[in-house]
Design a protein around this ligand. Structure first.
Ligand code: NAI
Length: 403
């Protein structure tokens, strides 16, 4: 029998939504989504024990896993307490077979923790982005790493579009002015522009990056991208995409840059002082991928000097971000906590996908190839396409173990 340790974010401050209350949620139900834009099917667990549209990612939501696991005789431990050696996470990890966590509240599986977790065989990311797991250590210890590929890619793409428009049009300061009782039009519009005609570039055009490009195309912008893998020629011509060999080649052409690559040794601190200086003055940078793809202090400096006109995203390091995190007070930012991939819509998909992965793994049947990041002692599935490990990195580049 397996012990599954699930690390989830805390319940809402005013309590978990009351079961059965007709007004507990803003809407009734969710649109039905059976497949994603590339034809991949949405998660297909044999059953679910939760109501799509309910809060699943917090401690009391338990990702809807308890009835399923306990009915099969497995143990489920759920906690939000993940920091420090006396945390519930560290205590329970000692004999856990499976760890499940979400990038929004990551259970950092460092090399030391993996070495000490003698029973650990599977780390599941309920969502996308497994950089909170030291992939090199997972490979060395034979731990399988899986994530629910595509489950929240469109959720993030929508957030990127929202943040792009909100920065370019100066939405947040204008809204704040309304909350403050003011009506000073010039204060709002003196930093407000139209997106139309601008050049927008994405670093990575995978599931999220391509969805961002598709969603922005109707705004009559010029679209650019860079990626390890070039998109098919028909997609490039349909969207009028300009391909660049590297981020350094692309950014001088852009007014808006969006980062949509995983964090791994090739992308860590890619946006440093040098790359930021290569951008046009007044570029907007949107990063919903991972905080450590940018140099935190360099971003702050670029906002203060005016090199960047705005920065937005939802990813921080570490998470949760401390109250005195330097990004909270920097000028012209539109940051949210890490929420873009955890809408109630996304939660229903990644909870179902987590169950699908656990069903396969507990039954000894293969986990879907597209869900795999590490398996069989190496990068596998989506991991082989989208990630790198330290062994692949040029000398001196830090790797995932620095978490
Ligand atoms: P994906 O696997 O479909 O796409 C990743 C793309 O990055 C691939 O096309 C890959 O070739 C490209 N890539 C990898 N290394 C690169 C490099 N060095 N230079 C250029 N391109 C590179 O993944 P998806 O769904 O698009 O997600 C991307 C990332 O977004 C995730 O790994 C995660 O870090 C982040 N994410 C953030 C969420 C949030 O809530 N803020 C939720 C979901 C994902």
């Amino acid at each position: 029998m397996a012990k599954v340790l699930c690390v989830l974010y805390d319940d809402p401050t005013d309590g978990y939504p009351a079961a059965g209350s007709p007004t507990a949620y803003a809407r009734d139900g969710l649109p039905r989504i059976d497949s994603y834009p590339d034809g991949q099917t949405a998660p297909t667990p044999r059953a679910i024990d939760f109501t799509p549209g309910h809060l699943l990612g917090s401690v009391s939501g338990e990702l809807g896993l308890r009835a399923f696991l306990e009915s099969r005789g497995h143990t489920l431990v759920v906690t939000s307490d993940k920091e420090g050696p006396d945390s519930v996470f560290d205590r329970e990890l000692a004999d856990a077979d499976v760890v499940v966590s979400q990038p929004f509240w990551p259970a950092y599986l460092t090399a030391e923790r993996i070495a000490g977790a003698k029973n650990l065989k599977l780390a599941v990311t309920a969502g996308i982005g497994s950089d909170h797991v030291d992939l090199d250590a997972a490979i060395a210890h034979g731990v399988t790493v899986a994530e629910v590929t595509y489950s929240n890619s469109i959720s993030v793409a929508e957030h990127v579009v929202m943040m792009t428009l909100s920065l370019v049009r100066n939405y947040l300061p204008a809204h704040q002015l309304v909350l403050d009782g003011g009506w000073h039009i010039a204060d709002c519009v003196s930093r407000s522009y139209d997106l139309e005609g601008m050049h927008v570039g994405t670093v990575a055009a995978g599931r999220i990056g391509l969805a961002v490009l598709r969603r922005l195309a109707p705004f009559d912008v010029a679209l650019h991208y860079t990626d390890r893998h070039r998109l098919p020629a028909d997609v490039e011509s349909e969207l009028g995409l300009v391909f660049h060999e590297s981020a350094a080649d692309m950014v001088p052409h852009c007014d808006v840059v969006t980062i949509n690559a995983p964090l791994h040794p090739e992308t860590e601190h890619l946006f440093d002082d040098k790359l930021l200086a290569a951008m046009k003055r007044g570029t907007y940078l949107i990063n919903t991928a991972r905080a450590r793809i940018v140099d935190q202090d360099a971003v702050r400096r670029a906002l203060e000097s005016g090199q960047l006109a705005g920065y937005a995203g939802d990813v921080w390091y570490p998470q949760p971000a401390p109250a005195d995190h330097p990004w909270r007070g920097m000028p012209h930012h539109g940051m949210t906590p890490h929420i873009s991939g955890s809408s109630l819509s996304a939660q229903a998909r990644y909870a179902a996908g987590t169950r699908e992965i656990l069903e396969s793994w507990l039954d000894g049947t293969p986990v879907r190839e597209e869900y795999l990041i590490v398996d069989g002692g190496g990068l596998a599935g989506t991991g082989a396409r989208s990630y790198a490990v330290r062994a692949d990195a040029p000398d001196g580049l830090p790797g995932t173990a620095r978490l």
